[in-house]
Design a protein around this ligand. Sequence first.
Ligand code: PSU
Ligand code: MN
Length: 299
Amino acid sequence: MTVQLAPDVAAALAAGRPVVALESTVISHGLPYPHNLELARAMEQEIRAAGAVPATVGVVAGVPTVGMDAAALERFAHSSDVLKLSRRDIGFAVAHGRDGATTVAATMALAALAGVQVFATGGIGGVHRGARDTWDISADLTELARTPVLVVCAGAKAILDIPATLEYLETAGVPVVAFGTRRFPAFYSAESGFEVAMVADAQACAAAWSAHRVYGAGAGMVLAVPPPAAVALDSGPVDAAIARALARADAAGVRGQAVTPFLLAAVAEETHGESMQTNIALLRQNARVAAAVACRIGD
Ligand code: PSU
Ligand code: MN
């Protein structure tokens, strides 16, 4: 096996029971300690409570792993020595025996190798603002174009160029549907100003996903879930915080894979941690929705 499965994940897959993958970059590079560790555990609990098996994905001391154990989760939450891995970086981490946290792209890659179809996260990477000059487009998008995994998220953060990201996904043959609404969410807020197709509930999403697996030529799919109304933020103050974060990244000359973690940390600072509660609540909700969909695949 090219990936190491946790025993409960292996048992569930062998029996055809639902499994939901989780990424580890949000743990190592997306949220500060100890919120990241609490969140990682909470997402796993949400998935179990909904009747599916969670499988947090990462490269653990050089071993691509689907279903990280408690010790690995804790190390990924603490250590500053964990690489950030997109699909292209997996081989390097394996060859050097390194710990590496997987992004959406790398998590999809390893989930697909293991046979896991559904994956819950917060926000996907996308086309960055200014990509016309910088060429900064997340490999999450190219992965969605070629790897058959359903990614449950709260859309994309407005640090990105959301309309360009949606256009890219359309070109790449990746369906984007929203959960119970036509409005594509902008992570912290329920409203990006752009509309996509709607799925009414988990059953409808599972049916669309199963049909896409037949007709979609191996591409993934995005299910966008609006953040819970009680913790959604107004887009005005968030936009202002994002503008300041983008200016800081520009001034600091940040490039390459450092851009997204820098912007995530800067936005959290600029909103004085207010965004953290929203972030955590929507990640838990996405875990619940992903598990509900996973439980209905094949019904
Ligand atoms: N967006 C978020 N939170 C995150 C990320 C993106 O709101 O934690 C992380 C995910 O792991 C995503 C990655 O796959 O950043 C994208 O990085 P890049 O733009 O370098 O491809
Ligand atoms: Mn990038």
